[in-house]
Design a protein around this ligand. Sequence first.
Ligand code: HMG
Ligand code: MG
Length: 305
Amino acid sequence: MPLKSGLPRRVRVVEVGPRDGLQNQPEAIAAADKIGWIERLAAAGLEEIEGTAFVHPKWVPQLADAAEVGAKLPELVARPSALVPNRAGLDRALDAGLNRIALFTAASETFCQKNTNCSIDESLDRFAEVFAAIADRGTRTWVRGYVSTCFGCPYEGDVAVDTVVRVTEQLLQLGVDEIAISDTIGTATPAQVERVIERTASVAALEQLALHFHDTRGLALVNVWAGLRLGVTTFDAAAGGLGGCPYAPGASGNLATEDLIYFLDSLGIDTGVDLQKLVAATLWFEQRCNATFPGRVLASQRPAQ
Ligand code: HMG
Ligand code: MG
């Protein structure tokens, strides 16, 4: 298929379903089923999978099995990572054998406080401790930094683009390799994506920026389109369209990976992912969970009952 002009030949898809997707699931899911899903997602061609979170298990009980799931990731996934809030989380991730972590803060004070019990500046102080500990250990660790609520906050409403830019800059100064500009509650629009990416691209290289959309209002794919046209080449998604943050009321699932791959395939953009295998992986997991996941492409492929 010919490549449309102005679009990238290849896009990095970061699969966050096993972390963002599962942190918000109402029912308990066995670690073996999570591992079985991750194995199938990797076999479908997803090379970057955020497989769990080393957060406090009281805050997110759904991922209390992080040590067990995390320890399996290196043998299953080409570039596995885990979400980490602080020094204690870093130690747990490194002990599990991971050398890629994702820190997370926000562009809104109230969300940061509700989600991590600290202010934005305090979260950055925690990350400085994380980088100091990485230096002490002497292991090369790749670090992503999420900036939540870049397009709106469930508690404060509008969020200043200046704050997104300031937090992005501070994360990069700490040594973060990649910034995930995140739409925590799915309020972003293409015009906002343009404003936020144009401004953050003044402090970060475009290759350092990823876009993380929740699909609450059905605009995630049109926001991806806006990002692609601006030169962003890394997009997050969660298989099945699972996801949401327990501390962000009103957030629904992430952009479904199946929907993203279907869209990118239609543009002739290479992702390395086999859509049919991906659909089969998520249908398998859906059955294990005895649930119906929200992804639209998935729904179109689900066998009739
Ligand atoms: P805290 O209570 O302020 O922590 O929680 P603390 O530092 O005061 O420590 C209290 C106790 O917790 C201590 O134990 C620590 O050792 C322990 P004690 O001495 O009392 O026995 N502790 C830990 N234990 C295990 N793992 C740890 C850890 N840290 C401290 N990492 C904390 C602060 C950040 C830990 C807590 O608020 C937390 O875990 N929050 C996580 C919330 C979360 O996971 N939210 C969802 C993910 S973010 C998201 O979804 C957004 C994203 O997708 C992007 C987007 O869409 O916007 C990324
Ligand atoms: Mg998220």
